[in-house]
Design a protein around this ligand. Structure first.
Ligand code: MN
Length: 490
């Protein structure tokens, strides 16, 4: 038997992502949508699927979904509807999930994923549709107590869930994880989801297959497998890597391309395991939900949502680099959170230098924010004061190295930055007249270091500057050195 040799292979991964939307109430009823409440307390007749109860659409959930669709450059349906996806499981009391089948709210989008090295990987978005989440089946009691059988918590049932599906345009486990992280940033930036993985607010299902080219140039395409319900970026990356490896190894081993199937991830053993061969859509008996009216999205509504989306993190990042001259890393830090970016731009409106403000914000305020475990804009320093401080530094009136004590002072007493600097004795004297007088006095008293300096001994500059600064407090060392050079004709 000839041996199977892999010359090369291409990885194709499409992602399905479920994002819980942070609306106040559930998708089709007024029951509260929250995390961590007492089991089965966020439940009403609709959530329980009691007969005769009619669903009513949550308008806010539709708006949140459209915003994500716009951010992913999707087309937004003018007309869409709700469909029933039928299946039986104890976490789904109605025996069907209300979802969207053939007319998703958002479709045909694209997103340029920028990798760590700057390479752009274009990712097509197939669709993003809205549906409701199911309840949670527990196999042990809260607190980890063993129970006989399983118990159900329906608090999660009916939570608005946005399902986003990409085309198989991701080509490495790293790209898959990066895309997931970008998406988390976008939904958080838009304020439509908390997207906390450990709370199950964002869940990933990679669909993976591999095109293997053998040593004869023939291409062997493995069957697509889907890994269900991954809930961290790290697990997503590791599980994808494992599954790619498993498919390639299986082909080398016995030539099998596998069958379309669903896998789970065993976190303890770090392996994927077969759950079932996959259902086709017709198994779900999709049909339009007769209890709900169709959704019509008119131009005015859409325009309003577009204006609320505004500038997205990626565009903001690019503007910070191109128009303001920030480094890519600084731009990313300032643009990742909408409120941080807004605070930064408010300070710029005060006429300060973009890089100076960025630097103060990231390195000095960032330090304080870390210590106090709150965002920079909540420290209590107004953007106006931050701008004043940046201007003082740029005008050489305060040394950049004194920014931290000055900011601490400003947080204590909200006075003008220049008054605070004066109170701390940090205002530098740039008055060249006063500096010249001091230099003349020094020349008269200490000819030696001056001779050294004239003779080319650069070290004498430091000694002279030090002496001058001690004699007349508050002189700006930069200006002192400039004047010294000029006076000595250096
Ligand atoms: Mn789904």
């Amino acid at each position: 038997m000839s041996q199977r040799i892999v010359k090369s292979y291409k990885v194709l991964v499409g992602l399905e992502i479920h994002v819980q939307l942070a609306t106040n109430s559930k998708m089709f009823t007024g029951a509260a949508n929250a995390f961590g409440a007492k089991p089965n307390s966020l439940v009403d007749a609709q959530v329980l699927g009691l007969p005769g109860v009619l669903p009513v659409m949550n308008r806010r959930a539709v708006e949140y979904s459209i915003k994500v669709g716009l951010a992913l450059n999707c087309g937004i349906a003018k007309h869409t509807k709700w469909d029933r996806k039928s299946y039986f499981y104890p976490d789904l009391p109605k025996n069907y999930q209300i979802s969207q089948y053939d007319l998703p709210l958002c479709a045909d989008g694209h997103f340029d994923l920028v990798e760590e090295d700057g390479t752009v990987c274009p990712v097509r978005i197939r669709r993003a549709h809205l549906e409701e989440d199911a309840g949670k089946l527990l196999h042990e009691a809260p607190g980890g107590h063993r129970i006989d059988g399983s118990i159900i918590d329906l608090n999660r049932a009916g939570t608005p869930l946005l399902e986003i599906v990409t085309e198989p345009d991701l080509h490495s486990p790293r790209q898959v994880a990066l895309f997931a992280q970008e998406l988390q940033k976008i939904v958080q930036f838009l304020g439509v989801s908390h997207a906390q993985m450990q709370m199950g607010q964002m869940r990933f299902e990679p669909n993976i297959n591999v095109h293997i080219t053998d040593d004869q140039g023939a291409v062997h395409k493995t069957a697509i497998t889907e890994i269900k319900n991954l809930n961290s970026f790290s697990v997503l990356e590791r599980a994808t890597a494992y599954e790619i490896h498993r498919q390639v190894e299986q082909w080398i081993d016995n030539g099998s391309l596998g069958v379309k199937s669903t896998y789970g991830w065993d976190d303890k053993r770090e392996i994927t395991f077969l759950q079932r061969t996959k259902e086709d859509a017709h198994d779900y008996r999709y049909f339009p939900d007769p209890d709900l009216v169709p959704v019509e999205v008119d131009e005015q509504w859409l325009a309003e949502l577009k204006s609320q989306v505004g500038e997205l993190p990626a565009a903001r990042r690019m503007r910070y680099v191109e128009a303001m001259g920030l480094s890519a890393a600084d731009a990313a830090t300032l643009a990742s959170d909408r409120l941080v970016g807004d605070y930064y731009e408010q300070a710029l409106a005060g006429g300060a230098d973009a890089r100076r403000v960025g630097n103060l914000l990231i390195n000095v305020l960032g330090q304080l924010a870390n210590r106090q475990n709150k965002p920079v804009f909540e420290l209590g320093l107004s953007a106006g004061r931050l701008a004043e401080l940046a201007v003082l530094i740029d005008q050489n009136k305060v040394a950049a190295s004194n920014a931290l004590p000055l900011i601490e002072k400003l947080l204590e007493t909200d006075s003008a930055a220049t008054d605070a600097a004066a109170a701390l004795g940090l205002l530098q004297n740039n008055d060249t007249g006063a500096i010249d007088v001091a230099i003349d006095a020094l020349i008269a008293q200490n000819p030696k270091p001056l001779q050294d300096l004239k003779a080319g001994k650069q070290a004498a500059m430091g000694a002279l500057t030090g002496m001058l600064m001690r004699q007349a407090k508050g002189l700006n060392p930069k200006v002192v050195q400039e004047r010294l050079r000029e006076k000595l004709g250096l």
